[in-house]
Design a protein around this ligand. Structure first.
Ligand code: NAP
Length: 645
């Protein structure tokens, strides 16, 4: 385990000279057991992002030298690293590593998320040794990150499953989105499976191709492809009470429709999968290319063209600066303003030293994951709660949120070279985090370019060669790019899903009012499990993959319960579901996403937050950690057990 680290001492020292100090410090404390070093270095670490430190060079060198000695000692003696570090020690280490107190209740979560624990507690194992899974079948809809995760966990348990995927390959959103500049906003050493970390990320926030390659490699590594039916889109699914099975209609690549049956269905179709193109008057009259960011037309060369970019959300933020240098003119049509924050690592490659350390130094990658988890998750969740006593409720929520607002404005002003007129057009009138917080992809600098124009007047209609505003201004354009988002609230659409008694999911939810227990199960729809369902979108931080892993564990435990007990069907109790949703709504009402000055895809037309989770990652992890059979009714299906064909 340690030989690889010390085989070439010069390489080790060269890597440490460049690698991040916090994970290095953590490894040293873990392997040496010397906690005094934490007191020396900790005060110079001011936050969890790697750049939030001012550790003096001499002290860094002490850490490096001591780590080299410790690694050499482990390699020479062959002794095992300390097992199961006491929780109070871990808490001390973690707190020093991020320059903040890490509350003790996070320790079990962090051990699991980083793989620092001795077992993979997200893997679900059988409690009986006579379990028969042969007659059972689970269908997973979608081979994006969530569907692959579900497949991996069911495969580990030996539960027969099939993944139905409408596309010709795995990857979901990362396969479909190919717009220029497409990249992730969550740091990749955290935005990756906890059980399949990738030492090879070249950037802190990788580009689409690298993320897609990771999805493909993971599918290969776990032998999932043989379980996936590509080019197969689920159009309808109906629960048959007579035999407690789901009957699915799938459209195949050749257009034919086939029938598939399963005991249980896991929907992993994603939330941001169905492109939304607004019905702007005259849209059909436009004579040039017009396409959505998620349906990028690779045949269109934008060089030298007059391009319209409608929308200023996360997709636009990445597309605009990527195409602006090539086009003759880029006209950005902004309906409402979005906040975008600077992150010093956003455009950076992972240094060679960090990559070497991740690959060769035991535990370094795990501590780095811890650090990133902490940097981008629950730390500022409390600051996103509205303070009823706050005196400036229109523009901020509380003192911390107000300070954040001012720091954001400072950044924007700097990027705009003090252009106050432009600043007034882009600074949102609502508190930071009201809409999804974006990462500044040189957006503001782009707005200052001579070939870029920001239009804030509303669009009236589209003509054959132009976009016409409400005030009559005509903007001639050759190409229109719709960065207009997705039909997020209309969850599971366009699938036609019928539960018990023929009730449909659309009938229950309407077009934009989805609800589920834990975002996972819905009364009246036995044996149907959702990943990334209602109120599970993370808007304060965290990684969507973290949430998927929580949901998959819960679902795997539900299936275990069914199979071990021979229950043909389980259905969440209405009262349990309703009580949970009362809590969700209450919690959401206090959070920034409910702010009256904000419109976003988090809200439905009645202003209810349907998409976003009000919980901390710790809250949701705790709620989904153990499947509770008493929350479910068992009298909703036939008498045959799930394992019986
Ligand atoms: P979005 O955030 O929903 O943004 C859509 C944009 O289109 C908004 O600016 C919206 O204006 C505008 N728009 C919609 N209808 C319009 C109309 N009729 N006229 C004028 N403007 C209109 O969509 P997105 O940018 O595709 O992002 C969706 C989500 O996908 C993100 O929030 C994020 O969760 C995810 N995503 C992530 C990444 C990443 O990780 N880097 C990248 C892309 C997307 P309003 O603001 O006024 O509604």
């Amino acid at each position: 385990m340690f030989e690889a680290a010390v085989r070439d001492e010069a390489a080790l020292r060269a890597a440490l000279a460049e690698a991040d100090i916090a994970p290095m410090l953590m490894v040293l404390a873990q392997l040496s057991g010397d906690m005094a070093i934490l007191d020396e270095v900790g005060p110079h670490i001011h936050g969890a992002w790697s750049f939030m430190e001012s550790v003096p060079e001499a002290l860094k060198q002490t850490v490096r030298d001591r780590l080299v000695d410790v690694l050499k000692d482990y390699a020479a003696t062959g002794r095992a690293p300390p097992a199961d570090i006491p929780e109070d020690t871990l808490q001390r280490m973690m707190s020093a590593g991020v320059g903040q107190t890490v509350p003790p209740q996070y320790i079990p979560l962090l051990l699991e998320e980083t793989g620092l624990g001795s077992t993979d507690t997200r893997a679900v194992s059988w409690r009986r040794n006579d379990v028969v899974t042969d007659g059972c079948k689970v269908v997973i809809i979608g081979a994006g990150f969530s569907g692959l995760c579900a497949g991996i966990r069911l495969q580990e348990m030996g539960i027969p499953f099939e993944i139905l995927e409408k596309n010709p390959d795995v990857g979901g959103t990362w396969l479909e989105n190919q717009y220029p500049g497409c990249a992730v906003d969550t740091p990749n050493h955290f935005y990756s499976y906890s059980f399949a970390m990738n030492p090879a990320w070249t950037r802190h926030f990788s580009q689409r191709n690298e993320i897609l390659a990771y999805a493909r490699a993971t599918a290969e590594q776990y032998g999932l492809r043989r379980h996936i039916r590509f080019g197969t889109e689920v159009v309808a699914a109906e629960f048959d009470e007579a035999d407690s099975r789901w009957k699915l209609d799938v459209r195949q690549a050749d257009g034919s429709v086939a029938a598939i049956e399963a005991n249980a269905v896991i929907s992993a179709v994603g939330l941001l999968n169905r492109a939304f193109i607004p019905p702007i008057a005259g849209i059909d009259r436009f004579a040039g290319p017009l396409f959505h960011t998620a349906q990028w037309d690779m045949s269109v060369d934008l060089t030298g063209k007059r391009v319209a970019l409608i929308g200023t959300g996360a997709s636009a933020m990445q597309t605009g600066p990527s195409i602006a240098p090539d086009v003759a003119k880029l006209t950005v049509f902004q309906r409402t303003r979005h906040w975008a924050a600077h992150n010093a690592n956003y455009h950076k490659e992972v240094s060679a030293g960090n990559r070497w350390a991740i690959e060769h130094i035991p535990y370094f990658a795990k501590w780095m994951r811890f650090q990133l988890f902490w940097a981008g998750s629950d730390g500022f969740h409390p600051s996103l709660k509205m303070d009823p006593a706050w005196t400036q409720p229109d523009i901020s929520l509380n003192e911390t949120n107000h300070k954040m607002r001012e720091a954001l404005i400072d950044h924007i002003r700097k990027e705009l070279d003090g252009d106050e007129a432009l600043l007034a057009k882009v600074v949102p009138p609502y508190p930071p985090y009201g809409k999804r917080m974006l990462r500044d992809n040189h957006w503001y600098r782009m707005l200052k370019q001579p070939n870029v124009e920001l239009v804030t007047e509303a669009i009236d209609h589209i003509d054959a060669g132009s976009i016409v505003l409400k005030d009559g201004t005509v903007h001639p354009v050759d190409v229109i790019i719709m960065a207009t988002g997705f039909t997020a609230s209309k969850m599971l659409w366009p699938m036609d899903i019928k539960g018990r008694g023929g009730r449909t999911i659309r009938g229950l939810w309407g077009d934009d009012d989805p609800r589920a227990y834990l975002g996972i199960t819905v009364p009246g729809f036995p044996n149907l499990f959702l990943i990334y369902g209602p109120n599970t979108n993370l808007a304060h931080g965290g990684s969507a993959i973290f949430h998927s892993e929580c949901q998959v564990r819960y679902i795997a435990q539900a299936l275990r319960e069914m199979i071990e007990n021979g229950w043909p069907a389980i259905e969440v109790r209405q009262d349990v579901h309703d009580a949970f949703n009362v809590r969700v709504d209450e919690a959401c009402r206090q959070m920034v996403w409910s702010h009256p000055g904000v419109t976003s895809w988090y809200k439905n037309k009645d202003n209810r937050i349907t998409v976003t989770s009000p919980w901390t990652l710790l809250d949701y992890w705790t709620m989904t950690r153990h499947f509770v059979p008493a929350d479910y009714r068992l009298d909703c299906g036939s008498v045959e057990g799930i394992a019986a064909e």
